[in-house]
Design a protein around this ligand. Structure first.
Ligand code: NAP
Length: 320
């Protein structure tokens, strides 16, 4: 099969498009024919060798993908050959024509969701679900600022928060991104590249501040987020690419809190709840992954460059 292989950590140039043997499922394993693989920013940190998880080399990147079950190993009961599925983590990597997974890593893909959309389910929607339901325990009528709403996680959070009955504020850095965020359910949108946009957010909250902030770039924004919080407000740190200094008094005076997590660290029970919630939302149409760009698998290097550039528009996916 064709697959992307990383033999050494480094820049996008270490992503090699190669021919390797197709894996075979052992007991309890599932072989999935990948029709689309999702590209997440953490794939690039891992490829650089700077991420908390350093895979053994060589490895094939990718935890997100969607396709059809090709074969199952002995004892697998919940899926069979021919089933449409999305994968949430794999044993051998999703940037490939086939990926081997554990039985617990494949989940049914509703008929109305395309494979390209299915490749944008696990990390983006799993993260948004954990942040809103399990982390901040968001409630209807609360206000939420999705700081970085135009990308994979942001769009997922906008759709989910809207469906939960929250008042949704979203930011993006381009007109196209702002339009998308508004279309997908934000009640108010702001351009995070424009001076004065933080004051605009405060004004739109009638000067009270927002109850929740989902933060995609904490190293840039966390200090200012604390000044935007309402009393008892919660910020959840989802993404950060460096250090930040902040004033604890901003939290103390608001009785606010900062929460943070990585999707890798959640419990099995939380993960089970997430997949059940996502399936319902995908099936009833409240969750609609947005695919901004489809590239051939051989162009993984380009995908890794572009996923870190400004101008996000939902997901970038690779097609094997
Ligand atoms: P993505 O699709 O690349 O989107 C990045 C988002 O950040 C875009 O909406 C982008 O907006 C926005 N952004 C750029 N500059 C910003 C600024 N100054 N202030 C606020 N937002 C800004 O990435 P993603 O998949 O949504 O992931 C977002 C972040 O969360 C990444 O750092 C990722 O590594 C992290 N993450 C963490 C977890 C976890 O487990 N904790 C899980 C998933 C993702 P424009 O392009 O429109 O400017």
């Amino acid at each position: 099969m064709k697959a992307i292989l990383v033999h050494e950590f480094g820049g996008p140039e270490v992503l090699k498009f190669e021919e390797i043997p197709t894996p075979r499922p052992a007991a309890g394993q599932v072989l999935v024919r990948i029709h689309a693989a999702g590209v997440n920013p953490y794939d690039t940190y891992m490829r650089n060798g700077t991420y908390a998880i350093k895979p053994a080399l060589p490895y094939t990147p990718g935890s997100d993908g969607a396709g059809v079950v090709e074969a199952v190993g002995e004892g697998v009961k919940t899926v069979k050959a021919g089933d449409r599925v999305y994968v949430a983590k794999t044993l051998t990597g999703a940037y490939a024509e086939y990926a081997l997974t554990l039985e617990s890593q494949v989940h049914p893909l509703p008929a109305k969701i395309t494979y390209a959309q299915g490749a944008g389910v696990w990390v983006p929607y799993g993260t948004a679900y954990h942040a809103l339901y399990q982390g901040t325990r968001a409630r209807a009528a609360e206000t939420v600022l999705i700081h970085g709403a135009s990308g994979g996680v942001g769009i997922a959070a906008v759709q989910m928060a809207h469906a939960m009955g929250l008042i949704v504020f979203g930011t993006a850095g381009t007109e196209k991104g702002l339009e998308l965020v508004k279309r997908e359910g934000a009640h108010h949108v702001f351009n995070h590249t424009e001076p004065g946009y933080l004051e605009e957010i405060l004004k739109a909250s009638s000067g009270i501040g927002v109850d929740l902030i989902l933060e995609m770039l904490a190293n840039v924004n966390l200090d200012q987020d604390l000044k935007l919080l309402a009393r008892h407000g919660r910020v959840v740190v989802i993404g950060s690419r460096g250090d930040v200094s902040l004033s604890p008094r901003d939290l103390m005076t608001r009785r606010g809190s900062i929460l943070a997590f990585t999707l890798w660290g959640i419990t099995e029970a939380e993960e089970k709840e997430i997949h059940a919630g996502l399936f319902a939302g995908l099936e009833n149409g409240t969750l609609r992954p947005i695919v901004g760009k489809e590239l051939p698998l051989a162009e993984a290097r380009r995908a890794h460059k572009e996923v870190l550039e400004p101008g996000a528009f939902g997901k970038i996916v690779l097609l094997p």
